[in-house]
Ligand binder design. Structure first.
Ligand code: HEM
Length: 449
């Protein structure tokens, strides 16, 4: 598209029109002005398997089932009241992270920040859902790996999605990989759900203690369960998937940039010293005032989004976009997260990690937020398919970075590939190397107990 000097294209795959977009103006038309037309999702093998036959919310084409699940999430799982109610579980995980790294410091070993950030996100959501951190439910890392395998294959190109008669053959092998990872990811989740449902039937559970209880105890107006067992299991898996990738990826990249440009880390730590100090640990109530920290994360969302494209949207009727582009019904629209975030028309020096560019919001009297209402970068997206967990997602991400920086001084091990990793990503987006670093406690010993 760059070579053709276009910000919108149409690629015909089988009978499907696939429409990649890199311009914020056009993106806003898709997600704001004509949001209702582009509110569906594609039918495809990966989404069907991962959503257990379209039972959940993220991957569902528009329709009654999507509406039901989206309402349940908005009113009972991701509502402001649930957010407050489950805060103590997020606090437990933030404290656990702090202690976990402190214990690793005493071994003098390098810390694998990809593992740490992914496990933290998985533990937070797991504690909110099951009242257990994931490491208490499973013994090995295989389940977190399985979640990332599923995410890596979700909506990845599969020829049979465009030529359905080829689906018998699993030519690219994706189906087998997804089925295996799905079995691993759901094994322990399903056992937990079954056990909890049985507790309810045995009369051993009457109070709601976490999201799983909420989902099991939901009733319709006739007093019947609102969700069946299969829906609960599928929705729980989807919540786990939704919570782990974006926050961990943004924090890993922010730290990589900070290790590469220590001045950035110094400024973030100074902000923490001013806002929080060194005699207490950063709390969620501090996050609104950590504007530089949030600007760093927002810059990571802009420059290093976890995926090239937003989750696909599908048009439910014919329409015209930008006054001249005819988009037929059932087209698949791919808003390019990379194309928007690195668009030179909107961002000066687009490949440079410059958090200051987001601080204008503070100068204007506001606070830095991780969303962008003009879609010059795509973090949480917008419209009826936009992320319903902006507050939770922003909190998990900011708290993770805040605790890592408040508690520890980070440095690169000798011959670290950090700067090479950053440079290679400018051209070839996905890095395979996890970020590793040394950590040194920077608070008094008692703060880690
Ligand atoms: C930093 C964290 C997060 C980011 C950046 C993020 C981003 C996104 C994006 C880009 C979408 C697709 C929007 C579209 O199709 O236009 C989405 C959808 C969604 N996200 Fe998030 N998300 C985050 C955290 C979470 C968390 C923690 C949850 C729940 C536990 C969650 C639940 C969902 C759901 C249910 C949808 C599907 C909405 C629908 O299709 O109706 N997200 N998110």
């Amino acid at each position: 598209m760059e070579e053709m000097d276009t910000e919108i294209a149409c690629i015909r795959l089988g009978n499907v029109h696939v429409i990649p977009v890199t311009s914020p103006e056009l993106a806003r038309e898709f997600l704001q002005t004509q949001d209702s037309v582009f509110s569906s999702r594609p039918i495809c093998m990966s989404a069907s398997l991962i959503s257990t036959g379209y039972l959940t919310s993220v991957f569902l084409p528009i329709g009654d089932q999507w509406m039901k699940m989206r309402r349940i999430l908005a009113s009972h799982v991701l509502s402001p009241a649930s957010f407050q109610w489950l805060r103590y579980k997020r606090d437990e995980e933030a404290d656990h992270l702090h202690r976990f790294i402190y214990n690793q410091c005493s071994n003098q070993s390098v810390i694998n920040l990809r593992k740490v950030t992914r496990w933290y996100c998985a533990n937070v959501i797991s504690n909110m859902i099951f009242s257990k951190r994931l490491s208490e439910i499973i013994e090995k890392e295989e389940q977190v790996d399985a979640l990332f395998t599923l995410l890596g294959h979700l909506y990845s190109f599969g020829i049979s999605d465009y030529l359905p008669w080829l689906s018998l053959f699993d030519l690219d092998g994706h189906k087998a990989i997804i089925k295996k990872a799905y079995a691993t990811a759901t094994k322990h989740i399903d056992a937990e759900v079954d056990q909890r449902i049985q507790m309810g039937k045995d009369g051993n559970k009457t109070l709601e203690g976490d999201i799983l209880d909420v989902l099991i105890m939901l009733r319709d107006t006739n007093g019947n369960p609102l969700m069946n067992d299969k829906e609960i299991k599928a929705q729980v898996l989807e919540l786990m998937l939704a919570a782990v990738d974006n926050p961990s990826n943004a924090v890993e990249w922010t730290l990589a940039e900070m290790l590469n440009q220590p001045k950035l880390m110094q400024r973030a730590v100074e902000e923490l010293n001013t806002v929080v100090g060194i005699n207490r640990l950063v709390q969620e109530s501090d996050l609104p005032r950590l504007n530089y920290l949030k600007a760093c994360i927002k810059e990571a969302f802009r420059l290093y989004p976890i995926t090239h494209f937003n989750i696909p949207h599908v048009s439910v009727s014919d329409t015209i976009i930008g006054e001249k582009y005819f988009i037929p019904k059932r087209s698949v629209v791919l808003l390019s997260r990379l194309g928007l975030g690195r668009n030179p028309k909107d961002w000066g020096d687009p490949l440079k990690f410059k958090p200051e560019r987001h601080l204008k919001e503070v100068e204007d009297g506001g606070e830095v937020v991780l969303t962008d209402s003009k879609l010059r970068l795509l973090s949480f997206s917008m419209g009826r398919r936009g992320c319903p967990a902006v507050k939770l997602g922003s909190t998990i991400t900011t708290m993770l970075l805040a605790r890592l920086l408040q508690g520890f001084t980070w440095s690169s091990p000798p011959n670290s590939p950090c700067s090479a990793l950053i440079e290679s990503t400018k051209t070839d987006h996905f890095s395979t190397l996890p970020l590793v670093a040394h950590a040194k406690p920077r608070l008094a010993k008692a703060m880690y107990s």
